[in-house]
Design a protein around this ligand. Structure first.
Ligand code: SF4
Ligand code: SF4
Length: 322
C-alpha cells in the first residue's frame, strides 16, 4: 500500500464531505500533501490518533467547526416518499434503492450515516435515526478486535461502493458526451446535404435555362434565314414573338445566375460548433477534477486538453471568418 492508501485505510469511508473534500480518498491525498489530520468528524479522535501515529505527527483535537457525526442511519418514511430519486443521486455509496415515481428505501447495512440524502429530499421524508443493531462505521465505537475487524470490512465495502459509483457516473458522463458528439455530427451532415441539394437544384435550373436560350436563339435564326425578304406580315409577327421568347430566356438565365451566389459554408460552421462543445466539455472536466482535488498529473493532462481545445476553437473561428 502506498502512503495515500494507508491514510485512506484509517478514514471512516462515510464519504460525507465534512472534511471539505468530495470523499475520504481526496482527503487522504490532501493529508499526504500536508493537510491537517483533524478534519474528519466521523473518524473522530480514533482516526486522528491513527493518522498521528502513521505520519509521526502530534495528536490534535478534532476540528469541531466541521460538525458532528453520530452513529446513525438514514430512514425513509416510505408512505411519504414521492419517488423523485433525488436521494439516490445524493447517496455516495448507492445505499438507497428505488426508481422514479416508486417508493425508495435504504439498504441498512450499506448506509454510512453520512446524511447527504436528507437535504435534497423535497418532501422531508428522510430522517436520521440512531443505530440499533448495525455496527457503526464511525470511529471510537468498536470496543473489541472482532468489532474493529468487522468495521474495517464495512469500511472496505463502503470504499468499494463509492469507487464503483464514481466509475459508473464517469461512464454515464462519457456516454452522454458521445451522444452529444454524434448528434452534432449528424446535424452537420444534414446541413451539408441540404446545401448540396440546394446547389444541385440551382445547377440543374441554370443548365435548363441555358438550353432554352440556345434553342430559342436557334429558332429565331432559323426563321430569319427561312423567311423571304422582306418577310410577310405574318412572318414579321412570328419573328417578333420568337425575338421576345429569346429575350425572355436570356433574362431568366441571367436571374438564375445572379441568384446562385455561393452558399454559406456549413462545414465550417459545424466545425466551429463542435469546437465550442469540445471546449465547454474540457473546461467542465478540468473544473470537476479541480473540485475533486485530482492528482497533479491528471490536472496537467486536463489543462493540456483544455489548451488544445482553445486552440482548435481559435482555428475554427479564423476559418469561419476567412
Ligand atoms: S468520513 Fe467524511 S469527513 Fe471523514 S474523510 Fe471521509 S468524507 Fe471526509
Ligand atoms: S442513505 Fe443517506 S445517510 Fe445513508 S449513506 Fe446514503 S446518503 Fe448517506
Amino acid at each position: 500500500m502506498n502512503l495515500i492508501q494507508r491514510i485512506d485505510a484509517l478514514l471512516p469511508q462515510t464519504q460525507c464531505g465534512k472534511c471539505g473534500h468530495p470523499g475520504c480518498k481526496p482527503y487522504a491525498e490532501g493529508i499526504a500533501r500536508g493537510e491537517a489530520i483533524n478534519k474528519c468528524p466521523p473518524g473522530g479522535q480514533e482516526t486522528i490518533a491513527g493518522l498521528a501515529q502513521l505520519l509521526h505527527l502530534p495528536v490534535l483535537d478534532l476540528d469541531t467547526s466541521r460538525g458532528e457525526a453520530p452513529a446513525q442511519i438514514a430512514y425513509i418514511r416510505e408512505a411519504e416518499c414521492i419517488g423523485c430519486t433525488k436521494c439516490i443521486q445524493a447517496c455516495p455509496v448507492d445505499a438507497i434503492v428505488g426508481a422514479a415515481k416508486l417508493m425508495h428505501t435504504v439498504i441498512t447495512d450499506e448506509c454510512t450515516g453520512c446524511d447527504l440524502c436528507v437535504a435534497p429530499c423535497p418532501v422531508d421524508c428522510i430522517e436520521m435515526r440512531a443505530l440499533a443493531d448495525v455496527l457503526p462505521i464511525v470511529g471510537g465505537l468498536a470496543g473489541t478486535d472482532d468489532e474493529r475487524r468487522e468495521r474495517d470490512l464495512k469500511r472496505d465495502r463502503a470504499r468499494r461502493r463509492f469507487e464503483q459509483r464514481n466509475a459508473r457516473l464517469q461512464r454515464e458522463e462519457a456516454c452522454k458526451l458521445a451522444e452529444r458528439l454524434t448528434r452534432a455530427k449528424r446535424a452537420a451532415a444534414v446541413e451539408t446535404t441540404q446545401v448540396n441539394n440546394h446547389q444541385a437544384a440551382q445547377d440543374a435550373a441554370i443548365k435548363q435555362a441555358k438550353i432554352s436560350v440556345t434553342m430559342s436563339r436557334a429558332q429565331l435564326h432559323k426563321s430569319l434565314k427561312a423567311f423571304g425578304h422582306p418577310p410577310t406580315f405574318e412572318q414579321q409577327s412570328q419573328l417578333i414573338m420568337l425575338q421576345r421568347q429569346f429575350e425572355a430566356c436570356e433574362q431568366a438565365l441571367a436571374a438564375l445566375e445572379a441568384n446562385s451566389a455561393p452558399p454559406t459554408t456549413p462545414p465550417k460552421s459545424a466545425d466551429l460548433k463542435r469546437a465550442k462543445i469540445q471546449l465547454a466539455m474540457r473546461r467542465a472536466e478540468l473544473k470537476k477534477a479541480q473540485a475533486e482535488q485530482a492528482g497533479e498529473q491528471q490536472l496537467a493532462a486536463l489543462s493540456a486538453a483544455l489548451n488544445a481545445a482553445e486552440q482548435t476553437l481559435q482555428d475554427a473561428e479564423a476559418n469561419t471568418d476567412a
